[in-house]
Design a protein around this ligand. Structure first.
Ligand SMILES: [Zn+2]
Length: 299
């Protein structure tokens, strides 16, 4: 964490946002906790303006030890959050899932998260993860460089659809495109598994409108706000003003996501970015807490 960043002062602002709306906390569906060595590698990527960033300068605001990052989220009043892990190659997902299960056991406010990759055995480890209590999955189509409609994944999508376990899927072509990013492949998956609870990360940036169309067509498709509407994203992938009214129509299926800790601005800016859309307090309450609380059955 840079010394210049005053996260104590920021916590006051984040809490004030919730108090004004009368919220008991925030539910953030897009938070990264991962094994330390993996997280360091991810940070190296951002520092090197690697392919994750699309060449954009990306200073990590919350570069700190795991315990400190947890303390920050709790000071912010984030009452439930994920631990998004994702493999970039075969034979990695099962190991990441083992780590994430242990993290969730020792972190009661973490929603037990798992991941998957198109590889032999994926159906069995996805089944094991669901049976051991995984509450959400992460799929990263850009980093994994795989086709989400790959036949190998089909039984796993089927299991997840049947169990009603949501999957946060980075499938839009922003901040950087991948070989298989974009709406078409995801649409193929949904055509086969219409009840699959996909949560499209980053609002599908920059293909916002195509992914909104998918959410309007499939009742179990949701969108997470991660980085969308921020000053940072507005520079390279602004949300089309004409599509704002469609966000009202999906008020119960937009979920707060932040990308903490890997964000190049303070956490509170994501909240301000949502507030300034002008969609109203009811919309904000749903997005920042109620929709996630309902989806994950939080009391
Ligand atoms: Zn992320």
């Amino acid at each position: 964490m840079t010394e210049a960043h005053d996260w104590v002062g920021e916590a006051v602002a984040v809490r004030r946002f919730q108090e004004r709306l009368g919220l008991p906390g925030l539910v953030d569906v897009h938070v990264h906790f991962m094994p330390e060595n993996v997280l360091r590698k991810v940070w190296d990527y951002f520092d090197a303006l690697g392919p994750l960033t699309g060449g954009v300068e990306w200073p990590i605001t919350y570069r700190a030890e795991e315990t400190e990052r947890l303390a920050v989220l709790r000071d912010f009043g984030v009452r439930a959050f994920t631990s998004m892990v994702y493999p970039h190659k075969e034979e990695m997902a099962r190991w990441l899932n083992g780590w994430a299960a242990g993290f969730a056991r020792r972190t009661p406010d973490c929603l037990h998260t798992s991941t998957l990759f198109p590889e032999p055995g994926v159906e069995s480890y996805v089944r094991e993860a669901i049976e051991s209590g995984a509450r959400v999955f992460k799929a990263h189509v850009q980093v994994g460089a795989y086709d989400p409609a790959d036949d190998l994944l089909d039984p796993a999508w089927g299991l997840l659809a049947e169990a009603g376990v949501p999957v946060v899927i980075h499938c839009g072509s922003g901040p950087a495109p991948g070989k298989y990013t974009g709406p078409e492949r995801v649409e193929r998956v949904l055509a086969r598994h219409p009840r699959l609870r996909l949560i499209v990360a980053h609002m599908g940036m920059p293909e916002y409108e195509d992914f909104l169309t998918l959410a309007e067509r499939y009742q179990e498709v949701r969108l997470d706000t991660t980085m969308a509407f921020t000053d940072f994203a507005d520079r390279f992938a602004p949300f089309p003003p004409d599509a704002l009214s469609r966000l009202s129509g999906l008020a119960d299926r937009v979920l707060l996501g932040s990308d903490f800790p890997n964000i190049p601005y303070p956490y509170v800016h994501q909240l301000e970015a949502l507030e300034r859309l002008g969609l109203g307090d009811g919309w904000l309450r749903g997005v920042c807490h109620d929709n996630g609380a309902r989806l994950f059955g939080l009391e």
